[in-house]
Design a protein around this ligand. Structure first.
Ligand code: 2M8
Length: 445
C-alpha cells in the first residue's frame, strides 16, 4: 500500500518533471542545466513512462534527432531560443555547425553513457499491456532501433582506442561523473588551458555554491580538452597519439553492455536479429573483466589508457558493472563485498544510499559533486543490479533508502552522504524521474 509520504513524494516528482518540460523535452534543471543532456534524457524517460509515456518517447526522439551522422549522440543538445538560458561552454564554444555531418540543432561534440536503449526498453515494457500505447511504443522502437545501433557502433568502432573491446572517453564530462577521483591521475597529465580565464566564463557559479562544484583547475583542463578535440573537428582518428586524456570507465562500458542486452530484446520486437547484440554484450562483459577488474580489491577501476594503468581509487563507477546480467559470480560477490565495506556501506549500516566515492579515503569530500555525495541515478542502477542478481532484500532496502532520502530532502541533484542534506540544484529531473520508477515498483516495497 502506498503511504502518505510516498504519495507526497510522487506529487513532488511529477511537478518537478512538469516544471522542467521545455517544448519537446525535459531539461535537467531550469537554472543550472537549461538544455537537453544525453544520459539525463534516458533516466528522465524511465520516469516519464509512468506518468506520460508519450512525453518519454518525445524526449528520446528529441535527443536522437540531434544525433550526428557518425552515430555519436552528443552530451548536450542546446536550446537556442532564449539567451537567458546560457550555459558554459555553450553552442558557440562547441561550434558543431562548423563540422560536417551534424544536425541543425547545435550540440556539443562529446558523448555520455549510452543508457538510452535500456531506457527505451523500460518505457516499452511499462506500456506493453495497453494495446494503443503498445502500438505507439512499437513504432517508436522502430524509429529508435537503427539510431541506437549506430550509437553503439560509433562507440565500438571509433572509440576502442586501446583495441581491447572497451570505449575510451576523451573527456571527464563523457563519464557523467565529471570530477570523480577516478580521473585525477589521468587529468593531472593534461596541461590547463593557458588562454581561457575560466572563472570569468563559469555560469554554474552564479546559480550554485562554489564548494559544491568542480574547481577552476578542473574547468581549465575541461576546456583545454574540449578545445583540443574541437580543433580535430571531433574526429577520433589517431586519438592515442594526439589526445592527452583517454580513460576507460567501468560504468560507461557497463552501461554500453547493458544497452546491448536491451537492444537484443528491442530487436525481437522490431523484427531484427538479436544475435549480434547478445554476442557484443558478452564481449563487453569479458573485456570489462579483463581490462578493469582488480581481483585484489574485488571491484572495477578506471583505466588511464595513456599510462596503461588502473587507478587505485575506489569510486562508485567501479560497482556499476553489477547491472550486467551476465556478470560472473566472482565479480558479483566482489562488488557486493565492496559495497558492504565501510568504504561504501549499504543503507542498513549508514541509513543512506551509496556515496560516489570511498567514505574512508583521505580526499573524500561530502559536498563536492562526484567526489563523495550520494547520486540517485547511480543508486538506481545498483538497485537494478541487485534485483537482477537475485538479492531482493538488499534491493528493497536500497530502494527504501533512496525514497526516504528524497522524501526528506527534496528532488535535489545530489545529497550529503552523512546528513542527507540536498546539494546542487533543487528540482532536478533525474532524481524526480527515478523516484517515480522506484515508487512504481511496489513489489519491492
Ligand atoms: C553534470 O555535468 C555537466 C557537464 O556535462 C556540468 O557539470 O555542467 C553531470 O552531473 C552530468 O552527469 C549530468 O549529465 C549533467 C546534467 O545533469 O550535469
Amino acid at each position: 500500500m502506498t503511504s502518505e509520504a510516498d504519495q507526497r513524494l510522487r506529487e513532488l516528482a511529477v511537478t518537478t518533471l512538469q516544471d522542467n518540460f521545455q517544448q519537446t523535452h525535459t531539461v535537467p534543471s531550469r537554472t543550472l542545466y537549461p538544455h537537453q543532456w544525453s544520459w539525463d534524457a534516458g533516466f528522465i524517460a524511465v520516469g516519464l513512462a509512468h506518468i506520460a509515456p508519450e512525453r518519454a518517447w518525445r524526449d528520446l526522439r528529441s535527443l536522437f534527432e540531434a544525433q550526428w551522422e557518425d552515430g555519436r549522440v552528443p552530451h548536450i543538445a542546446f536550446d537556442t531560443d532564449n539567451n537567458t538560458r546560457e550555459y558554459f561552454p555553450g553552442p558557440r564554444f562547441w561550434a558543431s555547425d562548423q563540422v560536417a555531418g551534424t544536425p541543425s540543432r547545435p550540440t556539443s561534440g562529446i558523448v555520455q553513457p549510452p543508457i538510452h536503449a535500456v531506457a527505451a526498453w523500460d518505457v516499452y515494457q511499462c506500456v506493453a499491456e495497453e494495446p494503443v500505447a503498445r502500438r505507439t511504443a512499437v513504432e517508436e522502437l522502430r524509429w529508435l532501433y537503427p539510431r541506437l545501433v549506430a550509437q553503439q557502433r560509433y562507440l565500438a568502432k571509433e572509440r576502442d582506442v586501446a583495441g581491447g573491446g572497451l570505449a575510451s572517453l576523451v573527456h571527464p564530462w563523457e563519464s557523467g561523473l565529471d570530477n570523480s577521483p577516478a580521473w585525477d591521475d589521468a587529468l593531472a597529465a593534461v596541461p590547463p588551458d593557458p588562454d581561457v580565464e575560466v572563472r570569468a566564463h563559469r555560469r554554474d557559479l552564479a546559480v550554485s555554491v562554489e564548494s559544491h562544484r568542480p574547481t577552476d583547475a578542473d574547468y581549465s583542463r575541461y576546456i583545454a580538452l574540449a578545445r583540443a578535440y574541437r580543433a580535430q573537428e571531433y574526429l577520433d582518428k589517431r586519438l592515442a597519439e594526439r589526445h592527452s586524456f583517454l580513460v576507460e570507465c567501468p560504468a560507461f562500458n557497463a552501461i554500453a553492455g547493458a544497452a546491448e542486452h536491451a537492444l537484443a530484446k528491442i530487436a525481437e520486437v522490431v523484427g531484427a536479429d538479436p544475435t549480434p547484440h547478445r554476442v557484443r554484450a558478452a564481449e563487453i562483459t569479458r573485456a570489462l573483466i579483463a581490462r578493469l577488474y582488480d581481483p585484489a580489491t574485488g571491484m572495477f577501476h578506471a583505466r588511464d589508457v595513456r599510462a596503461d594503468r588502473l587507478t587505485a581509487k575506489r569510486c562508485v563507477n567501479g560497482l556499476v558493472p553489477l547491472i550486467l546480467p551476465d556478470l560472473p559470480q566472482e565479480q558479483v560477490e566482489g562488488i557486493l563485498a565492496e559495497a558492504g565495506s565501510p568504504r561504501f556501506g549499504w543503507p542498513d549500516q549508514t541509513g543512506m544510499p551509496l556515496p560516489s566515492y570511498d567514505r574512508t579515503a583521505s580526499d573524500t569530500d561530502p559536498l563536492r559533486y562526484w567526489r563523495g555525495p550520494v547520486w540517485i541515478n547511480i543508486n538506481w542502477l545498483l538497485w537494478r543490479g541487485l534485483r537482477q542478481h537475485g538479492h531482493p532484500e538488499r534491493a528493497r532496502s536500497l530502494r527504501r533508502s533512496i525514497l526516504d532520502l528524497v522524501s526528506r530532502s527534496g528532488c535535489f541533484e545530489y545529497f550529503h552522504p552523512d546528513t542527507g542534506e540536498g546539494i546542487g540544484t533543487a528540482e532536478f529531473s533525474w532524481t524526480a524521474a527515478l523516484v517515480l520508477d522506484l515508487l512504481a515498483h511496489q513489489e519491492d516495497a
